[in-house]
Design a protein around this ligand. Structure first.
Ligand code: ADP
Ligand code: MG
Length: 393
């Protein structure tokens, strides 16, 4: 992957594939513009070089062509405010009219193209469509880290039609951050995996087992692992079967997997439910785990404090409920302390990042990723994703 450092984009038409898939209210208020802000330096590099920046992105999941609420024109006010210059808009991302519009732009101008997902060809990875997009520009930059795991026309196919293709600043930063997990220099490496569903995290956990020293398990991942580890169990649910398979992978690795010794349980998944703390082995039948318990918090914190490299993906409990936030807070605190002591810490995942911000620790971790699914997919794929391979020479 070649970076944009040292490259001059003077008088070049530069197609920048960004990830502007940000949360927005019906009234058009962007509730989190972080992804946009993180991609500004790359856009500014192109305009400061006196090149033309052409921005291409997806936005939501439109089903069948144009839908007003998925129009990227809704981002124009925020974008021109952040970039401090007028942003031009093309009502399509492909075709002769757009090409003509680009032909009239001057160096330093920025053009935002309409949502690439209004065309079914995008997700179908259609090569004619990619060729049509390639006709718009001289240079391709991938700055859409959040979409690197999508094998779509604009991510995995489009770069191959350009002789000049680069990774933007954000994409480089994201990859460099995750790659620290894989270099054995800064050991021990500890991964904390939580969140709602094991199925989302299974492949990344399997990938991590090859590289990290310890995996700490929280959230909705605890029970399937616990049940799969019980020798007396004869019939597994689908999720328990996944956990059981992961135990098989674990046996052939040097990695250790830790379940919480105690948990906070609720008879039903309800904010008002009566909660009780129990050891994992003696928790009430059919109860739900809503957080890790105090003994587990102390144990996990101790593991984190002796780590040199840390990945956190997935909250320890239903942190949105005040009485279930303690486990997630304890992990955030331990990571902040380890980071202050010199460890390198990465936080991935939309909800985990939100939790870290909610607790007020966003400045006390080393790196917060802009793409949860992308980060986990990169780990699961052993760092080989078509969109990134396509950027290589
Ligand atoms: P991320 O977005 O960081 O990848 P996930 O989307 O996988 O994280 O999971 C976050 C969600 O998991 C949160 O909404 C949280 O309430 C929920 N969660 C945490 N622990 C549990 C649990 N034990 N059971 C069910 N849901 C949980
Ligand atoms: Mg999530």
């Amino acid at each position: 992957m070649i970076g944009i450092q040292g490259v001059s984009f003077k008088d070049k038409k530069v197609l920048i594939r960004v990830d502007f898939n940000v949360p927005i209210t019906d009234e058009g208020v962007i509730t989190d513009d972080w992804r946009i802000r993180r991609s500004l330096p790359t856009i500014q590099k192109v305009t400061q070089d006196r090149g033309i920046a052409i921005l291409l992105s997806h936005f939501g999941r439109p089903k069948d062509g144009y839908e007003r609420r998925y129009s990227l024109s809704r981002l124009l006010p925020v974008l021109s405010n952040l970039l401090q210059q007028p942003i031009r808009f093309a009502s399509s991302c492909i075709g002769a009219a757009v090409q003509e519009q680009i032909g009239m732009l001057e160096p330093g101008h920025i053009l935002l193209l309409e949502n690439v997902r209004f065309h079914a060809e995008e997700t179908l990875e259609d090569s004619n469509f990619a060729r049509g997009l390639a006709a718009l520009a001289d240079v391709y930059i991938n700055e859409a880290f959040g979409a690197i795991h999508r094998n779509h026309a604009s991510t995995s196919l489009l770069p191959t039609y350009f002789k000049e293709r680069y990774a933007g600043y954000l994409l480089q930063q994201e990859i460099a951050a995750i790659d620290r997990l894989f270099s054995k220099e800064e050991a021990p490496v500890v991964a904390i995996m939580g969140g709602s569903k094991l199925v989302d995290k299974a492949k990344p956990i399997e990938g991590l087992m090859r590289y990290v020293d310890h995996i700490l398990i929280g959230g909705g991942l605890v029970l399937p692992f616990y049940h799969a580890g019980q020798a007396k169990q004869l019939v597994y649910t689908e999720t328990e079967a996944i956990a059981s398979r992961l135990f098989g992978v674990l046996r052939n690795s040097h990695c250790q997997l830790w379940l919480p010794t105690d948990v906070l349980t609720a008879p039903e998944m309800d904010k008002q439910a009566m909660l009780s703390t129990a050891s994992l082995a003696h928790m009430p039948c059919n109860a739900n785990i809503v957080d890790i318990g105090p003994a587990a918090q102390a144990h996990f914190a101790a593991q984190i404090l002796q780590a040199k490299t840390i990945l956190w993906a997935g909250p320890m409990g239903v942190f949105e409920w005040e009485q279930c936030v303690a486990g997630t807070v304890a992990i955030a605190q331990a990571i902040a302390q380890a980071t202050a002591q010199g460890a390198y810490s990465i936080v991935g995942g939309g909800d985990t990042a939100a939790a870290v911000k909610q607790i007020g620790y966003e400045n006390q971790v080393s790196y917060i990723s802009t793409g949860g699914g992308a980060l986990l997919a990169y780990i699961a794929a052993d760092r080989k994703l078509p969109s990134l391979e396509a950027l290589k020479e």
